[in-house]
Design a protein around this ligand. Structure first.
Ligand SMILES: Nc1ncnc2c1ncn2[C@@H]1O[C@H](COP(=O)(O)OP(=O)(O)OP(=O)(O)O)[C@@H](O)[C@H]1O
Ligand SMILES: [Mg+2]
Length: 252
């Protein structure tokens, strides 16, 4: 018997080639990388592609004001307001704590991010209301940065809710510039996939590359590929490979 893996396309040019068509449905993928590596742009592009193709989405903002999320996305030409008005897209405001005039206009507000129960309830409500097929949490690190002991529990809980309600999710994980890991052992093993974004300084210039470290339920490319960020978002070069050896950094 052939079981066809249902996939969710990232819609990021070049990326789905590395995933043999896309992320297996209901997988929870950790998108890990240092500061400025493109995690937020990648996630927003993933969400917007879905909206354009009739797949509702939820974006959980823990790092930036929802107003700023809308503005950043619009800079790339990804205008989400129409989808919000139609109930197909929701931003969960887990940033403002409900403080400020702009926050009063938000529909999904987490008043205390330290209250994980409340956080999960608001996320659940947004997923249900929109019937989200895609979800992003930017970033999950914020949920447990001060309490690493609970990281795995928080993540398993989140994973149950997201996959349980039918979403294929990207969880942004922040790592420091020098860290080789992806966000800690509890987290790395709990997720279904890991995509790692990197920035390397080569001869005084920053180079971007990414690698799919794991993806449950599918074959995936095992090589490191260069990518670029432009006014249109991210583009991955599946035909180019980056080699980091003891002799240096080489793009072929
Ligand atoms: N229009 C653009 N053209 C080219 N590069 C851009 C453009 N807009 C942003 N960038 C690049 O993208 C980077 C920001 O990407 P992003 O916000 O996705 O990073 P991040 O991984 O989420 O970082 P952090 O962990 O700090 O939130 C900027 O530092 C810049 O290098
Ligand atoms: Mg970011």
């Amino acid at each position: 018997m052939i079981i066809v893996v249902e996939r969710i396309k990232t819609g990021i040019p070049g990326m789905d080639e590395l995933l043999y068509g896309g992320i297996p449905k209901r997988n929870i993928v950790l998108l890990s990388g240092g500061p400025g590596t493109g995690k937020t742009i990648f996630s927003q592009q993933y969400v917007y592609y879905g909206l354009l193709h009739g797949e509702p989405a939820v974006y959980v903002a823990l790092e930036e004001h929802p107003v700023q999320v809308r503005r950043n996305m619009a800079e790339f030409g990804w205008d989400v307001r129409k989808f919000e008005e139609e109930g197909l897209f929701a931003i969960v405001d887990a940033f403002t704590g409900g403080i400020g005039e702009a926050a009063k206009r938000e529909r999904y507000v987490v008043t205390s991010v330290d209250d994980f129960g409340e956080f999960i309830d608001v996320v659940k409500q947004a997923l249900r209301d929109t019937r989200a097929v895609r979800a992003v949490v930017d970033s999950v690190s914020t949920l447990y940065i001060t309490k690493p002991a609970v990281a795995r529990g928080v993540l398993m809980n989140l994973k149950r809710v997201l996959a349980g309600l039918g979403a294929t999710a990207i969880l942004v994980s922040q790592v420091s510039v020098t860290e080789r890991g992806f966000g800690g052992p509890g987290v790395e093993h709990a997720v279904d996939g890991i995509i790692r974004l990197d920035l390397d300084e080569v001869n005084g210039e920053l180079k971007r590359s990414l690698i799919v470290w794991k993806m449950r339920g599918t074959k995936h490319d095992m090589r490191r590929h260069p990518f670029e960020i432009t006014d249109k978002g991210i583009r991955v070069f599946p035909d180019k490979v980056v080699k980091i050896t003891r002799f240096g950094y080489r793009e072929e």
